[in-house]
Design a protein around this ligand. Structure first.
Ligand SMILES: [Zn+2]
Length: 188
């Protein structure tokens, strides 16, 4: 058995990536060490992106500036609460929503305060919950609604058609679009 510590190390680290198992990690690692130019190019762009990209101070979206492009542009007075910033990418790429976003994976007090500030500063009139349907999401929605009950806004959540517990990225775009169009108003 040969001893290639650095290669083993690379294979192990590649497996830290989502969806990458040992087999794929090994194939990638061998490719990278054999194709040095591509390997360096990838290593370099990983480093550049990691350094440049952070969370938007306002909405939590990924951004290369303090505030993201969506927060600094003029949009409809609606705000869509999503679980992950990758949901924003998906909704934007497909032109499904034309308001602002807020990334709220967990109920953290400082995040909810930011959400309140954003509702005020952007003069938000409607808050749309775009969580993947689940018991946990329902509980989160109830809690946020209660925290925002003094604001003059209406609440809605995306319609059924998004299966329970399925991530947005695995839902077809037409279903996602329909879920937005057919969103339910929640009673205030
Ligand atoms: Zn933003």
């Amino acid at each position: 058995m040969q001893n290639l510590t650095t290669l083993d190390n690379l294979i192990e680290n590649l497996q830290l990536l989502p969806t990458i198992g040992k087999k794929s990690a090994t194939r990638m690692a061998l490719f990278l060490v054999k194709n040095k130019f591509i390997g360096m190019k990838i290593a370099n762009s990983i480093e550049t992106a990691i350094t440049a990209i952070d969370e938007c101070k306002e909405c939590g979206n990924l951004s290369e500036n303090e505030l993201c492009e969506i927060c600094t542009s003029k949009r409809n007075n609606k705000l869509c609460i999503v679980e992950h910033s990758r949901d924003i990418i998906l909704l934007e790429e497909n032109g499904i929503f034309d308001g602002y976003y807020f990334v709220l994976p967990q109920l953290e007090n400082n995040k909810i305060e930011k959400l309140e500030q954003m509702i005020d500063s952007k003069k938000i009139e409607e808050v749309i919950f775009a969580y993947t349907p689940s018991i946990d999401a329902e509980a989160k929605i109830l809690y946020i609604e209660d925290r925002l009950k003094d604001k003059h806004i209406s609440f809605s959540k995306i319609a059924q058609g998004i299966p329970m517990g399925v991530k947005f990225e695995n839902v077809d775009i037409t279903s996602l679009q329909k879920a937005f169009e057919g969103r339910h108003k929640l009673k205030n």
